[in-house]
Ligand binder design. Structure first.
Ligand code: RBF
Length: 167
């Protein structure tokens, strides 16, 4: 990979993938809703461009980013999904909540994926301010939701490929 490219969306999106039977759970934090809903639109549009169908995209909401790992775990326990996407936006405030929430979410999301063997995609913005978040949710730095959607399809595909080899 070239060191110049900063966005996953700059890389080959794997357009030969047919994801028409991929089942996806999406957990969206309600905190900073205008940002997270823009991430959701990007993720859904991108997954559809790979062939994922509406009926196979299961969207659920949690209050804030801190709840994303539990939301993801509940989805893996109750729905038959190939992959889960977590979408949130944590903005630096005046207190240390930012670090606690960001670290807990990143660690929690990692743990859910490893514990369940279902890939969980980290689509959480952690920014210094609101404008930085806007710029990455459909603004001048693209939409990180697009990247989360593409990553989900690719991880579902990888899992399927390796699973079929093990049979
Ligand atoms: N949730 C977010 O998704 N993004 C935030 O920027 C955010 N900031 C918070 C700041 C404070 C001081 C607190 C108490 C909570 C914040 N939350 C934020 C909510 C958090 O993720 C969680 O929903 C609540 O703490 C309830 O468990």
């Amino acid at each position: 990979m070239s060191g110049k490219k900063k966005n996953l969306s700059d890389f080959d999106q794997g357009s030969d993938i047919d994801a028409s039977d991929v089942r996806v759970g999406v957990v969206v934090a309600e905190w900073n809703h205008d940002i997270t809903s823009a991430l959701l639109h990007g993720a859904v549009d991108t997954m559809k461009s790979f062939g994922v169908i509406d009926e196979n995209i299961h969207v659920h909401y949690v209050p804030g980013s801190f709840e994303l790992p539990m939301g993801a775990k509940l989805i893996t326990a109750s729905l038959q999904v190939d992959v889960v996407i977590c979408l949130g936006c944590v903005i630096q405030g005046e207190t240390r909540h930012f670090e606690f929430i960001s670290n807990a979410v990143a660690n929690g999301i990692t743990q859910v994926g490893l514990d369940t063997n279902i890939p969980v995609v980290f689509g959480v913005l952690t920014t210094d301010n609101y404008q930085q978040a806007k710029d990455r949710a459909g603004g001048k730095h693209g939409n990180k939701g697009d990247e989360a959607g593409a990553t989900a399809v690719k991880m579902a595909e990888l899992k399927r490929k390796l699973h079929s080899k093990s049979k």
